[in-house]
Write a protein that binds this ligand. Sequence first.
Ligand SMILES: [Zn+2]
Length: 481
Amino acid sequence: MVRELEYRLTPLWDGRKIPGMQVNIREDAPEIKKGGKLFTILENLIRYPFTCPREEIVVEDEKGEVPVMFEQEEKFLTRSQAAYVLRDTKGSVSLSYTCHFHEATGNPPYDMGYEGSGANGTGTAFLPEFTADRYRIRLLWDMSKLPEGWEAVTTYGEGGIDIEEASSALLYCYYYIGKICREEKENFGFYWYENPLFDGEAIGKWTMGLYEKMAGFFGDEGKTFRIFMRGNDRGQMNGMALPRSFILLYERDKKYGIDDFAGLPEGLLEEYDRDNYSWHNHMLTTLPHEMVHVWTTVPDEPFGNMTWFVEGTAEYYGLLLPYRFGLMSVKDALTVLNLRALRYYENPFADSDDYEPMQRAFGDSELMRVHYGRGFFYLTAVNRDIRRASENKLCLDDLVMKILECQKSGIEVTNELWNRELSAMLGCDSRPAYEDMRRGRLFVPDGTFLGDNIKVKETEGKTRREHRTCTVFQFTGEEKV
Ligand SMILES: [Zn+2]
């Protein structure tokens, strides 16, 4: 019998914005002995703290208040506080507290903040994690304090949630509250707040079309999928994927049309300036990348171990699929390819070893991005090798599908598994080339995943920051074959 967890969330209203939310949680009879762990709150995930001071969490059971003691736990990138009960609990245990929101942040949006008159973010900022592997979870909204017609949507859909999962499912879930506009079809939804500068309806429809085709490619079983728009004034245009959903950050004061999704601005490649380089992203590259994460994300522990696969496949299919589906021109595809080549091969860390600790990557966007280009270009080369070895009968799709099948059937996706399956397809040991990639040694990428007409040639470049001479690759080719 799985235990029950019932959540009641009451967003508050101060006449202008949603300053916070009242949270009430009831755990069905956990019967925890004195000294046992009741729950954990993520005090600091990446950099955003839990939005309620832990002393303000009131814990009660049938006998009244349950005294708890907090103890700090540290894991990579996160610091949490575990609550231990100081007496045996009796019957159901309830938690109640009020979280206080701040203004919604930029990337990564692991926070819960107000945005205009709405509020949105992830459960990591305001919900605790309980100790059992599985619960019957019910989440109810009390919208009585908000203006008429306001709603709440989560990764799981509109209104309440009723699932059987670990309680962490509610932490890695997106919450969107306010006056919500939407483009929906069955289990797909695209959400934004009213009166944006962008054309929500047209963009929502375009996104839905891309989603349907991608879901077909990855053999999705029609589970829910939701995209939430969050504006920012920091000039950020990127996103963060959570299970079955992602947050797309856009520049609030910029006018986005459907053209920004269906095409790239002119002269993008010519604008690349290694001395004044910043990671500027575009809808057409960001959105498909985040979408692919829903299907190809595998556990990446310790962090950095599988990042090349997670980000590499998102980059690879985030470019290949829109192109294959006719949603991206060959010209734009080549621009993306050439920009990525400059981003990766001129990255001052392009020759850095993957086995170095990843901790410092969070302070340096160049180091953080190394895995994207490394994984991506390695996969383009693997695709070439598989096609050669199989005389064009197989390609990277066959290998990735096989890996994802393994994941579905409960086999852990590891680098070992990758090399075993790849070696079998190639008929030779794939490890030397794989190790070269992980060690940051130079390898030749390939453009034929977009068509046999795409040629690659070696040129000379200079690394950013240090201006060391380095090898860069350039892609050319015109019509689609
Ligand atoms: Zn990504």
